[in-house]
Design a protein around this ligand. Structure first.
Ligand code: TYD
Ligand code: MG
Length: 458
């Protein structure tokens, strides 16, 4: 290859670009992910319009700092996760597995924005107009201001935004970034090159036209956005839409947000006529007022961003004669569960080795927060000793290898949520600051796992 050969190799996974042929990506460590990119003249859409305004240098202190006027999506939960609605000129990427409900959510948002009087352009590269129309009517989105473009030509679709005649589009939805083709680049839709060019064009057009735009991006099985990670850097906000296959609940979270925080969690339920926001999130993972007390059931309050969610941990201990007992956990990482079982055995003297142990969080909830450690240990202890725990008590603490109980973040918010749902008692770390007793719930302190178990009646 000649020295001035401009062929580039771009990593399909992370977007790293190099001029030498390489097997392993030095940036993300993946093998065989390089694609050959032939030199092309990259002409982002409508460069002329942007160029006409000319590059400008501005005095920072002289710039206006008034917060941008936001466009409400008409869906409270979505607005909240976005930090108060869509920002004109801002681009949001919403990622999720196929079939999770991205198109449904955006068609609902588009329909509601249109019903509010703002013309909306929904670009569908995946579905036919008949399919979109059928879904829109099922969702009850009948506004005349909801405009549809079906097809895979990005330039043609985006030109609708800058046409001086016709309705002035106030909101753009592109479904999906992998299904349309930017004519300025080579390759099939969905390739690194194309995905990047499509996103760039949408960002440019949204800025020039000063309209908010949403891109839909599919997520691969291992949870990564198909296409380069670079996509996440190009846009202003990245939302993920997720849910378990068997559950009708869907979670909306912001993983990056230039216009708001990333703490909010939005929960929706997929019903026959679309997604419905779940206002009271407390019942999701808790069988409130459930059956009689069963050994192995313990309650905790986990934080999902800024939202406290009550969760019910259930453990089953079943005696086994096999030398390698089984350990299974759903909702808490298996290694963590095994570690907690070892701590319980060593520090609290409750033998686990003769039992197969199964841990489950009710409702398919998954907790990364270490504050659920104490509840997991107590639930395990309760199952192994076959003694039920009080049904109105929650356990909040991280458990260390020495068997100590450590404080958790945002205790006050967790206690308030527990009290709101009618729990009467909370067992927390002895190292929690005093003064947390007035959240409407009786607070007991334990320095070690043994003390916590004793307080729980184990
Ligand atoms: P969809 O929005 O097409 O998912 P995505 O765009 O993320 O691939 O939603 C697909 C699923 O949602 C589909 O399996 C059917 C279900 N669904 C409902 O249950 N109720 C509805 O009102 C709609 C429109 C879809
Ligand atoms: Mg879709």
């Amino acid at each position: 290859m000649g020295k001035e050969d401009p062929v580039r190799y771009v990593c399909d996974n992370c977007g790293f670009s190099t001029i030498t042929r390489t097997g392993k990506c030095p940036s993300c460590g993946q093998w065989g992910t390089f694609e050959v990119i032939q030199p092309t003249v990259i002409q982002p859409m409508l460069m002329q319009t942007a160029a006409a305004q000319g590059p400008r240098v501005e005095v920072v202190s002289a710039l206006s700092v008034t917060p941008p006027k936001r466009l409400s999506s008409g869906i409270g939960e979505l607005d909240r996760v976005l930090g108060g609605g869509f920002v004109p000129g801002g681009v949001v990427l919403i990622g999720g597995q196929p079939g999770i409900g991205k198109s449904t959510l955006l068609l609902q948002a588009g329909g509601l924005v249109a019903a509010g009087g703002t013309p909306v352009l929904y670009v569908s590269g995946e579905e036919s107009s008949a399919q979109v129309a059928l879904r829109a009517s099922r969702l009850g989105m009948t506004s005349e201001k909801l405009l549809l473009y079906c097809g895979g030509d990005l330039e043609d679709a985006l030109s609708n935004l800058l046409r001086p005649s016709g309705q002035k589009i106030g909101f753009l939805i592109l479904d999906s970034v992998q299904a349309v083709r930017a004519p300025s680049e080579t390759g099939w839709p969905g390739t690194t090159n194309q995905v990047r060019a499509v996103a760039r064009s949408v960002v440019d057009v949204a800025r020039v036209a000063d309209v908010p735009a949403v891109l839909v991006g599919h997520i691969t099985k291992d949870g990564k956005l198909a296409g380069p990670m670079l996509l996440e850097h190009i846009v202003d906000t990245v939302l993920t839409f997720s849910g378990e296959g068997y559950s009708s609940y869907r979670m909306l979270r912001a993983v990056k947000n230039r216009y708001g925080n990333t703490d909010e969690l939005g929960i929706f339920e997929m019903r026959e006529n679309g997604l419905v926001a779940v206002e009271d999130k407390s019942g999701l993972y808790w069988n409130r007022g459930g059956t009689a007390l069963v050994p192995g059931v313990a309650m905790t309050v986990a934080m999902e961003g800024a939202t406290p969610l009550i969760a019910e941990l259930q453990t089953l201990a079943s005696p086994t004669a096999f030398p390698y007992p089984k350990r299974t956990s759903r909702g808490i990482e298996l290694n963590r569960f095994q570690l907690l079982a070892a701590v319980l055995e060593k520090r609290a003297g409750i033998a686990c080795s003769g039992y197969d142990l199964y841990l489950n969080i009710a409702g398919g909830f998954s907790i990364q927060d270490p504050s659920a450690d104490l509840a997991a240990c107590v639930s395990l202890g309760s199952a192994l000793r076959d003694v039920p725990l009080r049904g109105d008590c929650c356990y909040l603490g991280e458990v260390g290898l020495a068997g100590e109980v450590r404080p958790v973040s945002r205790l006050a918010a967790r206690l308030r949520e527990a009290a709101r749902l009618g729990l009467k008692r909370a067992i927390v770390s002895g190292r929690e600051r005093r003064g947390k007793e007035d959240e409407g719930i009786e607070v007991e302190r334990a320095d070690s796992l043994t003390e916590a178990l004793k307080l729980g009646g184990i």
